[in-house]
Structures are given as structure tokens and as C-alpha cells.
Write a protein of this length. Structure first.
Length: 372
């Protein structure tokens, strides 16, 4: 059944609350890491009095810094992702469900973060003068690996999925994909409804793990024509080789980030094992850089991403030749996700990697006029 229509006032109120939470989170992060810059040296010297091994010291410092960041953000995270979502009738989570979901996220973050942190400092201390080049290569390889295993290992930790039990729709999706030269290993019904009332769809994985995911919330609210439009959008990314382009963009962005890390950490490259305090204390600078860097490069990468999304939208209209279904699909997404159709321009530039819904609906209108 189609979702109940939401008023524009309700949508604006929801987005205003989420915007305040997002900006507050950035402010808290910046203040937190600036405080750590001031106290990192003293804390690391205290660690030095109790631990001789630099790896143990690095682990303790990382636990204090990044674990502390999680704790500091916890009240705001709970307000934004639980209280606000319930206030606007978007969440199906109980407080216990929310906590379990967060714990899973923390555990995944600890595993991935530990791999990256250990890899960074191992290469810094042991791989010689080209350590930052090896860091860059390792980050790219690890990113590709994560993209490949995401649908097999990470996604099932949070959401159940089953093969889509709508044979005619699955057949039409497969036919559309093969017509565009794309192979998918399956179309899956993704169980978002336990957590949220929002709808989503995605193309995940690489190569042999590439799968189409349609949320159960979307499948319940959209008819086959509208779902095909959503899939055709994802297919548009394949046709325009956006996955390859995203990898190339990530290579450029990560090279800049690694260059900045090289500037801050290179004085400690290959240091004597007993002389580790400076390198460990610089971890606070790494934390600040990871907070500031996305704010600097975001406007550029978001603009590129919005361009790719417009290309995918245009391709979806060409593939389906169904602007009415396109329009209905995005109108329902506005209602289900409380997506602001016309957000502030500064927010689009700074944070949005998709065009505003107003622009996407206007594209469908132009397509309709071009056919008449």
C-alpha cells in the first residue's frame, strides 16, 4: 500500500532536526579532537610511564581517543537516530534494538579501524622511506576488498535478506540487466522493516558478489513499474561506469589524505622502537584530520557524485520510458523517507551526494515534455 502523504511542513521540520544534529555532531567532533591535541602529549607520557611496548601504548591511546569519541557522541546519536526517528514515525526500533544495532556497528568499526590503524603504524615503523606509498596502495586494496565482501559479510550482520519472491519482477530485472551487459548474482529482499519505515535500494558488491537489494519497505509500497525505475537508476550507474569512476575518485582523494598523513607522521618513520611517544601522540592529529578532511573535499566529491546521479536518473528514464512511474517513485520516497525536495543550497553543496528531489522530479517533467 502507498504510504500516507506527509505535509511539506512535517518534512521540513524533520530535516531541520536532522540538520541540527548533523552540524552539532561535526562541532562536537572538532572540539573533541582540539582538546585531544592539547592533552595528547601529557596522556601519552603517562602511558609511557606504565607501558614499555609501543604497540600496547598505541592500542591504549587509540582506545582512549576513538573510544572516547564514541562515548561523547552517544547522547546525540541516540537523540538523532532514535528519538527524532520515532518522533516522526520513521523507526520501528525499541531502545534495546537501537543499542544492539549500535553495538554491531561499533564492533565492525573496531575491526576495520584496528586493521587500518595497525596497517598505518606498521608501515610507518617498518616499511622504510616509501611507507606512505604502501599505505596508499593498501588503503585502495582494502577498500576494494570491503566493497566485494560487503554483501556477504557486513550487510547480513545488520539486515536479513532473502531471494526476491516475485518471479515476474525478478525476470524483468534480469532481462533489463543483461540487455545493458551487466551480470547480477541475485535480486534480494532486504529486511529493513524491523528497523525503519524508510525505503531503500542498492546495487552492492563487485564482480561475482554483485547483487541487487530492494528493501521490504520499498517492495510493499512500490508497484513493479516503480521498482523497475529504481533498478534502472542503479543500472544507469553501470552503463556510465560509475563504479570504476568512483574507485578512481577514491584513489585521488585517498592520495591527498595520505599526503597529509605523510606530512604529519613522516618524522617518525622508521623510528627506534623505544622512541614511540611522538608517533602515538600524533594520533590525535590523525583524528582531527579525519574529521576535517571530508569537510574540505566533500563539496568537490559531492558535486561529482550528484552529476553521476543525474546521469543515472536520465538513463532510468531512457531505459523504462516511463516518466510517470519515475515521478511516482520519487514522490513516494519523499513521503517514506521525509526527504526534503528542496533543501538549502549550502547543505546540498556541503553534504549531499544526490540531487534534490525537486530537480529529479523536474527531470521527469522535461522528459515527458520532450516526448509530446
Amino acid at each position: 500500500m502507498p504510504p500516507a502523504r506527509r505535509s511539506i511542513e512535517e518534512i521540513k521540520a524533520y530535516q531541520h532536526m536532522k540538520r541540527l544534529c548533523h552540524l552539532s555532531s561535526i562541532g562536537v567532533s572538532l572540539l573533541y579532537w582540539l582538546i585531544w591535541l592539547a592533552m595528547a602529549g601529557g596522556i601519552v607520557n603517562w602511558i609511557d610511564l606504565h607501558f614499555d611496548a609501543r604497540w600496547a601504548a598505541l592500542g591504549i591511546a587509540a582506545l582512549f581517543m576513538f573510544g572516547g569519541s564514541t562515548i561523547i557522541h552517544l547522547p546525540l546519536d541516540y537523540f538523532s537516530s532514535h528519538i527524532v526517528e520515532h518522533r516522526f514515525s520513521l523507526s520501528n526500533q525499541t531502545p534495546r534494538d537501537w543499542l544492539v544495532f549500535q553495538i554491531k556497528g561499533w564492533l565492525v568499526g573496531v575491526v576495520i579501524g584496528s586493521i587500518l590503524l595497525v596497517g598505518l603504524y606498521a608501515l610507518l615503523w617498518y616499511s622504510g622511506p616509501l611507507w606512505s606509498l604502501w599505505v596508499w596502495i593498501s588503503v585502495l586494496a582494502f577498500s576494494v576488498l570491503l566493497a566485494k565482501v560487503f554483501p556477504l559479510i557486513i550487510l547480513p550482520l545488520f539486515y536479513p535478506s532473502t531471494p526476491l519472491d516475485r518471479p515476474s519482477l525478478t525476470e524483468r530485472i534480469g532481462s533489463m540487466a543483461s540487455g545493458a551487459g551487466m551480470t547480477v548474482t541475485g535480486v534480494f529482499d532486504l529486511g529493513l522493516s524491523k528497523e525503519t519505515k524508510k525505503a531503500n535500494a542498492m546495487l552492492a558488491g563487485l564482480g561475482s558478489t554483485r547483487r541487487v537489494y530492494l528493501s521490504d519497505t520499498l517492495l510493499q509500497a512500490f508497484d513493479d513499474r516503480q521498482i523497475l525505475v529504481v533498478f534502472a537508476h542503479e543500472l544507469g550507474h553501470h552503463i556510465h561506469r560509475h563504479i570504476l569512476k568512483m574507485i578512481l575518485m577514491a584513489a585521488v582523494v585517498s592520495s591527498i589524505l595520505v599526503g597529509v598523513l605523510h606530512w604529519r607522521l613522516n618524522p617518525f618513520a622508521g623510528a627506534d622502537p623505544a622512541d614511540w611517544t611522538g608517533a602515538v601522540a600524533t594520533l590525535a592529529q590523525v583524528g582531527l584530520l579525519l574529521t576535517v578532511f571530508p569537510l574540505i573535499v566533500g563539496p568537490v566529491t559531492n558535486a561529482i557524485s550528484r552529476h553521476w546521479e543525474r546521469q543515472a536518473d536520465a538513463q532510468a528514464l531512457r531505459l523504462t520510458d516511463d516518466p510517470e512511474a519515475f515521478r511516482l517513485a520519487f514522490e513516494r520516497l519523499i513521503d517514506m523517507n521525509l526527504a526534503d525536495p528542496d533543501p538549502p543550497r549550502w547543505e546540498v553543496i556541503m553534504f549531499d551526494d544526490h540531487p534534490p528531489m525537486k530537480e529529479r522530479l523536474a527531470m521527469a517533467e522535461r522528459y515527458t515534455q520532450s516526448k509530446s
